[in-house]
Design a protein around this ligand. Sequence first.
Ligand SMILES: [Zn+2]
Ligand SMILES: [Zn+2]
Length: 406
Amino acid sequence: MSTPDAHPVLACVRSVRAALVDVADLDPTFMPTRDKAAALLAIGEALAAANALQARLLASAHELALDAGTRDVAAWLASTAHADHGSLRRTMELGRRLEAAPIVSAAFAEGRIDAQKADIILRTLEELPEETPRSLRDQAEAELVRRAPDFSPKALARLARHLEAVVDPDGADAAEGRALLREERSAWDKTSLRITPRFDGTARINGVIPEEAAHRLRTYLEAYTQPRKLEGEVVRTDQRMGRAFCDLVERIDPAGLPRHGGDTTTVMITVPLDDLRAELGTAAIGGLDSEGRLSAAEARRLACTADIIPAVLGSRSQILDLGRTQRLFSPAQRKALRTRFTTCQVEGCDVPSTWCDAHHEDPWSSGGRTDLRNALLVCGHHHRRLHDSRYSSTRSVDQVIVRLRR
Ligand SMILES: [Zn+2]
Ligand SMILES: [Zn+2]
């Protein structure tokens, strides 16, 4: 495909692509193991070298933006190739920053370090105090590039902070603290969260949060750890984390949240009585005409937990008071349950009782009583199962057995 007079860079990019296409049909399954290992290592280096070339090209093609009238060349490429502007812009900026660091640039171009490590080293150099002598700065650059291949990105960042303390002898003690402070501030600047509906009953959460908050979140989620295998379903780690996240959100006490328009933040579930009792009824999150819908089964489950208020509507859409004060087990009743049971009452489940819900065995919506004989203390996972018509449950004294219906 490459024409004889193509620039060597263009010819290279074309031939790399062509070489990859040549092996696209080959199945790597039966490659000798040693070759697989070598290929995997070499791919990392090849990808890094390709990324470096992309960064340098983006940084030196501003005329494309001028011709097309776009803000920058990343915007031109994003719209022309229908690609993500944000990541192209970061690559373009990386390319520009490389111009001030020839040793990093060369190592990146040869695939000895990847984009992430190049970014870490560049950031370290950029954040050195202004008065740092040139020779020290160059020494730091060479040292970091020399050691980068043997360090993980995380370890390299730690090494970089340490090196900064060496390069900046006047403030050696303060240097690491300063670097941490800068890192925390920039983590706060980078923090973002987006919740996008996927129109299939789920929403995508995308976000970047400071490591400290992430660590805390992970600890909370891991507290909800459930057996890996439940009722024949193998649960992946990411699934367990996602489900634990939902359980955590449901456990937030609205009374402890900031007031929202004068009212305590509450979520209202509106559901006609007939729907609430029907197997396939539907309920609304908010008023009846709101967009958010959920199944009556889910509404029944939420009605068991303390912090969501169900508004049950009678035939003329007036709100029925189904003994709302008696809907929930009292704190004393829940305490009594927790004293009696140390874990979820479902057979084989060892989620501690402190994270369990009190469930009405005979549903509150069909007149089940809120007394201890009608209460089951179950974890979030099993609470869902008990409200899921695909599962059946049988009770023997204090234990419940949950099975998939056949
Ligand atoms: Zn329940
Ligand atoms: Zn359980």
